[in-house]
Design a protein around this ligand. Structure first.
Ligand code: TYD
Ligand code: ZN
Length: 427
């Protein structure tokens, strides 16, 4: 196995999550009686460029196919975040009706619709046909294609280069990372800007977010490692913001290396901070496994203890990260009977691996629920708010399992540790 950025041999394991089915491949009832394909889910860290990566075992073509069920418009908070970004970008980069914005992985048009409303010409590029179709129906110009250097050259010749290239939560999904970033170099106007958002590796480590590791996420970036990727392709990161989204993300701003805009102190100081916490040392990566295993033990102890007390547990949010977590823990419907989701495509299907049935948000509280496990902890506040009244009526407690197990009881839902988990399970 070779590093997808620098081609060095990969021999250093960051975290081994065992064999798992792809996290977003929900199963229909008919598929339940068929064999299920699993792949080794092992995150490695490159000793040379320090990119944390999951080697490709299922091709991107297979993952982002017509069965791909992730729709970005599912979260109100994410929609607000995207519209605030669009307004800021229009101001900061002085975009108008003569500009061109390209969004890579534009999904269902959740972000570009803001540019359409502001009359800034835009184009979405989205390989997953379900979300792309929704975008087109809603009047967002969209190409149903994978972005790569070949498509970028074609687009820049046929329809011109872009003033702003946006890519939110896509960089991690790209197996051919160097080619992808080279494509952005081709498609960017001389004074143009690239903005990309992705989860920050340092938050993954601090927040024990091992569940965000899955087959679709090929790379996990620090500012240090992503800078190498961009610099190698003649691009320079000149600004960075730390965002709370998706458990803690970075938004990088890049331009051509020779652009006259200076690199801001936000970049140099974050690079320094990463160096100080040891991002270039082995120790930083070697201690992570113990944290992940502790979260698993706590969760299993919780499930079994509550089962012994005849309590029922359901889950809220059939997130991909939930599948990594449930499958790492080896949980099945006997312990978590159902999971709700607000994505119509997911309802009526079954989670990969665990085979927990997905129901609508209206039916998840249909009978007694003692505990409701929030799988997408990144949407915790939004989900608690949504189910607050139902939980009060049913005396249901919410639970999050990452970074460690927390229980939120009515009426005030402030997080607490469970008494039987206070004592360490093992040292
Ligand atoms: P998300 O955490 O955004 O990403 P990932 O799948 O990569 O882990 O997934 C959130 C899931 O939770 C998505 O399937 C939509 C669902 N969801 C609900 O069912 N209800 C809600 O109120 C929210 C905010 C999300
Ligand atoms: Zn490398």
């Amino acid at each position: 196995m070779k590093c997808r950025v620098c081609d060095a041999n990969l021999s250093h394991t960051f975290l081994n999550l065992g064999h798992q089915p792809p996290s977003n491949s929900l199963l229909t009832r008919e598929k339940l009686s068929q064999p299920e394909v699993t792949f080794p889910l092992v995150a490695m860290v490159c000793d040379n460029c320090r990119l944390v990566q999951v080697p490709e075992s299922k091709s991107a073509n297979e993952i982002f196919d017509k069965e791909y069920v992730y729709f970005s418009s599912g979260s109100r908070a994410w929609l607000d975040h995207s519209s605030a970004f669009a307004k800021m970008a229009k101001e900061r980069f002085k975009l108008n009706k003569n500009s061109k914005v390209v969004e890579i992985a534009s999904n269902d048009g959740y972000l570009l619709k803001n540019f359409v409303e502001m009359q800034v010409p835009c184009l979405g590029i989205e390989p997953a046909s379900g979300p792309a179709r929704t975008a087109k129906i809603n009047g967002i110009p969209t190409l149903t294609e994978f972005f790569n250097s070949q498509l970028a050259s074609k687009l820049s010749i046929e329809s011109g280069k872009a003033d702003l290239i946006i890519g939110n939560n896509v960089l991690a999904h790209v197996p051919g990372l160097n080619d992808f970033v080279q494509g952005m170099k081709y498609l960017l106007k001389p004074q143009g800007t690239i903005t990309m958002e992705f989860p920050h590796l340092c938050r993954l480590v601090d927040g024990n977010q091992f569940d965000t590791i899955y087959q679709e996420h090929f790379s996990y970036f620090s500012l240090t490692s992503v800078s190498t990727v961009f610099n190698n392709q003649g691009l320079r990161i000149f600004d960075v913001e730390v965002l709370p989204t998706h458990g803690g993300s970075l938004r990088i701003y890049a331009n051509h290396s020779e652009d006259i805009r200076a690199t801001l102190s936000s970049v140099t100081s974050l690079l320094e901070r990463e160096a100080t916490i040891g991002i270039k040392t082995d120790a930083y990566y070697d201690n992570f496994r113990v944290k992940a295993e502790k979260a698993r033990s706590e969760f299993l102890l919780f499930l079994l203890s509550e089962r012994r007390a005849s309590k029922t547990v359901v889950a809220l949010g059939a997130a991909a990260k939930g599948n990594t977590f449930l499958n790492f823990c080896g949980v099945h419907p006997d312990l978590v009977s159902r999971v709700s989701d607000n994505t119509p495509f997911k309802i009526g299907k079954f989670l990969p691996g665990s085979h927990i049935p997905v129901c609508s948000e209206d039916t998840v509280f249909k009978d007694v629920v003692d505990y409701a496990l929030i799988l997408p902890w990144n949407h915790r506040d939004e989900i608690i708010q949504k189910f607050r009244d139902k939980a009060k009526r049913h005396n249901t407690r919410f639970v999050t399992a990452i970074p460690n197990l927390q229980v939120y009881s009515p009426p005030d839902f402030t997080p607490k540790n469970l008494s039987y988990l206070v004592k360490p399970i093992y040292q």
